[in-house]
Design a protein around this ligand. Structure first.
Ligand code: NDP
Length: 312
């Protein structure tokens, strides 16, 4: 029996998570209950999270020993699966591409960016796109794909280091939303012509200010609402309906799994961009299983540039 470790939720977060909300346990590897999101978690559950895992024992020929999978088994060092919740990493994954990118730019977050742009926004050459949380795992890929498509890209992020990173990636305009005197002015200055498309990761106040900066017939892909995830009670108003009407905007929420049948072809395309140097991938790596809560709290504080990964 393999000795395994896990991090469990001791107590539901009251506002921002604290060290005492998590507990490190040692146990024999076993099958796992997988809550869909942290909002579905019960106290005592293993923290949710996605990992690249190596198959070390197998009775399933689809997952031979030594192969790699993306697994949603949470904050565990080892787990047992019947295979239904595992995604095999393609056997011809190039040896010069780090496997951890299967969690980020060449995985679910990257696919989220691609599908938001191609399937939801239908982004066209020469359009102007705004993305927030732009230095995050999804946002940085959004901006880079939009550049590949010949668009003007504006990104907002929460530190000067992140803004510098966005410029390095080729964003046309980037600003620190925490230090600009006025978010409205920053959005206007970055694109006086207005925005054709908004890739929305943040929600809340940012949305309220950004919507009036859209062009008439602008399109908005609602991918996330990270500014609201720690709210104890759902936010109320201000509602964007009048702006939506006056600007005749189209807003669509989505989850990336709607297009999962396209994943193999999409991942190959993105690996191609990576190898051609058109897509750059940066990860924010924390070393050590013991440091998972610290990495998670850092993520919620916005410490990460690119995908937050814990190397075990
Ligand atoms: P990351 O975890 O990589 O980065 C999140 C970033 O969001 C942080 O680094 C921080 O950057 C910013 N942020 C955190 N808290 C706040 C806040 N209160 N207000 C404003 N910004 C904040 O995120 P991902 O790129 O993986 O995910 C981005 C969004 O997309 C999330 O909302 C996520 O839930 C959603 N998502 C949706 C999917 C879908 O299928 N619809 C799939 C995957 C993700 P900064 O310092 O710049 O503020």
């Amino acid at each position: 029996m393999v000795q395994a470790k896990s991090w469990t939720l001791v107590k539901h977060f009251d506002g921002f998570p604290k060290d005492g909300d998590f507990q490190l346990k040692k146990f024999a590897a076993s099958g796992v209950r997988r809550p869909f999101s942290r909002f579905h978690m019960k106290e005592g559950d293993v923290m949710i999270g996605t990992q690249v895992a190596k198959v070390v024992q197998s009775k399933n020929p689809e997952f031979p020993v030594g192969s790699h999978v993306v697994s949603n088994s949470g904050w565990r060092s080892h787990s047992v699966s019947d295979g239904t919740d595992l995604t095999p990493i393609m056997a011809d994954w190039p040896s010069d591409v780090s496997l951890s990118l299967a969690l980020g730019s060449i995985g679910m977050p990257g696919l989220t960016a691609l599908y938001g742009i191609e399937e939801v926004l239908g982004l066209q050459q020469n359009e102007t796109l705004l993305v927030n949380a732009a230095a995050g795992a999804v946002g940085n890929v959004v901006g880079q794909i939009a550049k590949i498509k010949g668009c003007k890209v504006v990104g907002s992020a929460g530190s000067d280091a992140k803004v510098a990173y966005l410029k390095e990636l080729g964003f046309d305009e980037a600003f620190n939303y925490k230090t600009v005197p006025s978010l409205e002015e920053a959005l206007k200055n970055a694109a006086p012509e207005g925005y054709d498309c908004l890739f929305e990761n943040v929600g809340g106040y940012f949305s309220t200010v950004a919507l009036p900066q859209m062009k008439t017939f602008g399109r908005i892909a609602v991918c996330g609402s990270i500014s609201t995830y720690n709210d104890g009670t759902p936010q109320t108003g201000p509602y964007p309906h009048m702006t939506m009407i006056v600007k005749q905007l189209k807003m669509e929420g989505f989850t990336q799994n709607r297009w999962q049948h396209k994943n193999p072809e999409s991942l190959k395309r993105m690996i191609g961009w990576l190898q051609e140097g058109k897509l750059k991938c940066r990860e924010h790596i924390t070393e050590g299983f013991e440091n998972m809560p610290a990495a998670f709290m850092g993520l919620l504080r916005g410490d990460n540039i690119g995908k937050a990964v814990v190397a075990v």
